[in-house]
Design a protein around this ligand. Structure first.
Ligand SMILES: C[S@@+](CC[C@H](N)C(=O)[O-])C[C@H]1O[C@@H](n2cnc3c(N)ncnc32)[C@H](O)[C@@H]1O
Length: 248
């Protein structure tokens, strides 16, 4: 018996991995994070128990897993995007380790990748930014020392900010000194869902644009000059005259 933590991807049911879908089809128990995992991802399942974890607390989830374990039934624990990012799998894994229940993680397409795809952007352009900081805006869960938003912003790297759309005003104020008012910023709402929508602006005008759209939840903020520039060097990987292992 194994608990499979499966990344469902950002919303589009075609963006789950083949492995994740195969496991969903065959696991007799499915526990899915219904707030962000679309029911379409579960299509074709043959589970005898299908539970939306949005209605449960941690101990109730662990109880369901313990029951499945006692019956020798595999569990598909389905999380949105990639489970390793803000998926709250760590606390479940801690219980499973204590209970000696085996588990495996099946990665998924994270929201950052889906939003970059929607914007037609590479997040790591030579000379512009070679790092992506995936972070969140502190609200209920405080940031650990050294990871305060303003100190992350000092790097000027591409940033993907989760759970922050309702704090856009404060986020913009903290980004401005490091990125400049003309820096591109995008807010993507429900990327890859049928009602997906987004705005691209600058730190100067993004608040008005987002207010006009009315985005309140399930939106990712991407900021950085990579979002709107043609000024960067070509990579050495594909540069004619640059030899490497596959092109001596
Ligand atoms: C609890 S986190 C889960 C992240 C998820 N594990 C991932 O890898 O994408 C939820 C936040 O991720 C972002 N998010 C998740 N899915 C999204 C989507 N389809 N479009 C835009 N943002 C999304 C939003 O910031 C949302 O508030």
């Amino acid at each position: 018996m194994t608990v499979f933590f499966i990344g469902a991807g950002p919303g589009d049911p075609e963006l789950i991995t083949v492995k994740g879908q195969r496991l969903i089809h065959r696991c007799p128990v499915i526990i899915y994070a219904g707030s962000l995992v679309p029911e379409a991802v579960l299509a074709g399942h043959s589970a005898e128990l299908l539970v939306n974890s949005a209605e449960l607390h941690l101990e109730q989830i662990i109880e369901l897993i313990k029951n499945a374990h006692a019956k020798g039934q595999d569990v598909a624990r389905v999380h949105s995007g990639d489970p390793s990012l803000y998926g709250a799998i760590g606390e479940q894994i801690r219980h499973l380790r204590q209970l000696q229940i085996p588990f495996e993680i099946v990665p998924g397409v994270t929201a950052t990748a889906a939003c970059a795809a929607l914007l037609g952007a590479e997040l790591t352009l030579p000379d512009v930014s070679q790092s992506v900081i995936l972070t969140r805006y502190a609200d209920k869960t405080a940031m650990p020392p050294g990871e305060e938003f303003s100190s992350l912003a000092q790097h000027g790297a591409t940033m993907a900010i989760h759970l922050g759309v309702n704090h856009l005003q404060k986020i913009v104020a903290e980004l401005l000194p490091h990125y400049g008012a003309d820096c591109p910023i995008a807010v993507v709402h429900r990327a890859t869902w049928p009602d997906q929508d987004w705005v691209l602006g600058t730190l100067n005008d993004i608040e008005q644009k987002v207010t006009a759209k009315g985005f309140r939840r399930t939106a990712l903020i991407l900021v950085g000059r990579v979002l709107a520039t043609d000024h960067f060097s070509e990579s050495s990987l594909y540069r004619a005259g640059h030899a490497h292992l596959y092109r001596p």
